[in-house]
Each structure stands twice: as C-alpha cells, then as structure tokens.
Design a protein around this ligand. Structure first.
Ligand code: TMP
Ligand code: ASP
Length: 237
C-alpha cells in the first residue's frame, strides 16, 4: 500500500491517502507535545513504539469484539487504517486519580477509584479540550444518542479488558483517552492507544511509564516507552 497525498498532519501523527478510498495510512511521528502544544520535544523512536503498541492493542481489542479502524501494521511508523469521520469527543476513562482529575477536584494523586470514571472532552486545542457532558454532545450534535451510548459502552468495556491486559504485565492502567469515528455508518475506535494517551504506572512501584515523564521532565522517557513496548508486545510476565 503506497502513500499518496498528505491529508492531515496533527501533533503526533500524519495521515496519507492510499489507492483505496476507504483506507488511509497513519504515520507515527517522534514529535511530542504537551499542554496543548505549549511544550514541544522529541521522544526518540516514539513513533515506532506507539505504532507497535497500538497495533498490538487494537488486535487484542478486535479479538474481544471491539470494532476498530486498524487494518494492518505496515512498517516501523506506518499503520493502515480505515478512513474515519472523527467524532470530536475525547473519551477518558480513569481507574486511579491523576492529572486533571486531581487538579479539578483536589483528589490526591494515586487514590484508587471505587469504580471507573468516564469523562468527555471536546476535541479543540484552541479551547484547551474543555470537559463536556452528554447534554453538550446531544445539543451540539457531536454524536447521536446511539453513538453516545456506544462511546460509553465501548469506553468502559475497553477499560476493563485493557486493565486486565496491563495488570498481567505488571502495569497499572491509571487512565487513558480514546477517540472514535464513523466509517460506513458504524462507530469504530480510532487514533492510537499508546503511552502518549494513557497513564501507565508500574504495578509494584507506581513508577510512571508514560508521557507524564515528558510532560514533567521526569527523565528516562525513551527508556520507559521501550519498557512498555517490551511488556506489551512480548509475552505476559
Ligand atoms: P488528563 O488527566 O489530563 O485529563 O488526561 C487523562 C488521560 O487522557 C491521560 O492518560 C492522558 C490522556 N490525554 C490525551 O491523550 N490527550 C490529551 O490532550 C489530554 C488532555 C489527555
Ligand atoms: N497531547 C496534548 C498536547 O499536545 C496534551 C497532552 O498530552 O498533554 O498538548
């Protein structure tokens, strides 16, 4: 499958058209940004790692019955995916308090949540991805009632499957962000699932193994991404 035209360039990925109008190539960059692009940098070989980790996790979720945009892992930084009309809503699921939840509500970082919390954010860098709820999604027409139900159902099911997947690999899935889109009338899981969009802590030590190492200059960024790659793409511990 050959790359044709660049159709979109985001902060961490580029999309190219292909000969097949239903498929696009998702190219994973090493560029890293945080805080709505205010902090910029590079994580060496992040693109290769995120492509591998996402491919593995999409295949795992497909096997559970989740419909995703994943078609094929093409090469180091390229994944063939179904072309989506993106739903402009980020679905965040949390198992442990961290990040914006701790800031917004004053909950101490690391507090285990009694049950998962699902949140929606409106995908807009200019507005700093504001938090929204079902009513905003309905009134502004960002997703239909049926699609909204799917986002919640998928979000919570994916959380429980991924939580167990990571636990078997000695990683605690603290929280993560999902994006969805429409393809031929169906809602598919899109984007990527990688240490860029998940908080992953070592199960025993709580050591951070995700993009927070870049966000807060914690060091050993590449080393921790590689460790996640080995744990996810190798055999369970
Ligand atoms: P938050 O605590 O900043 O709201 O983030 C929750 C999760 O979502 C965390 O795992 C990081 C991920 N996330 C993204 O992937 N992209 C984003 O733009 C934001 C704000 C969060
Ligand atoms: N990806 C977002 C940005 O570039 C937010 C983040 O991951 O912190 O700002």
């Amino acid at each position: 499958m050959n790359r044709l035209e660049k159709i979109y360039e985001g902060k961490a990925k580029i999309l190219y058209s292909t000969e097949n109008p239903d498929h696009v190539i998702q190219f994973f960059k090493d560029d890293a940004t945080a805080f709505d692009g205010v902090k910029k940098g590079t994580i060496v070989d992040k693109g290769v790692i995120n492509n591998q980790v996402s491919s593995r996790l999409f295949q795992f979720l497909e096997a559970k019955g989740v419909k995703t945009h994943f078609v094929e892992h093409l090469g180091d930084r390229e994944m063939l995916v179904k072309k989506l009309e993106i739903i402009p809503v980020e679905v965040v699921v949390r198992n442990v308090a961290a990040g914006s939840l701790t800031k917004r509500l004053g909950i101490p970082e690391g507090q285990i949540l009694r049950k998962p919390i699902l949140e929606f954010f409106y995908k807009s860098d200019a507005l700093h991805d504001p938090m929204i709820n079902d009513y905003h999604i309905d009134v502004f027409g960002w997703a239909s009632a049926g699609e909204l139900a799917k986002l919640k159902e998928y979000g919570l099911k994916i959380n429980s499957w991924l939580y167990d997947f990571f636990r078997e690999r000695k990683i605690r899935l603290v929280d993560f962000k999902l994006e969805f889109g429409r393809h031929k009338g169906e809602v598919l899981l899109g984007d990527e699932i990688s240490p860029d969009g998940c908080r992953l802590w070592h199960w025993d030590t709580n050591e951070k193994m995700d993009k927070d190492r870049f966000r807060f200059d914690l060091g050993s960024v590449e080393e921790k991404y590689q460790q996640v790659y080995r744990l996810v793409c190798g055999e369970p511990a």
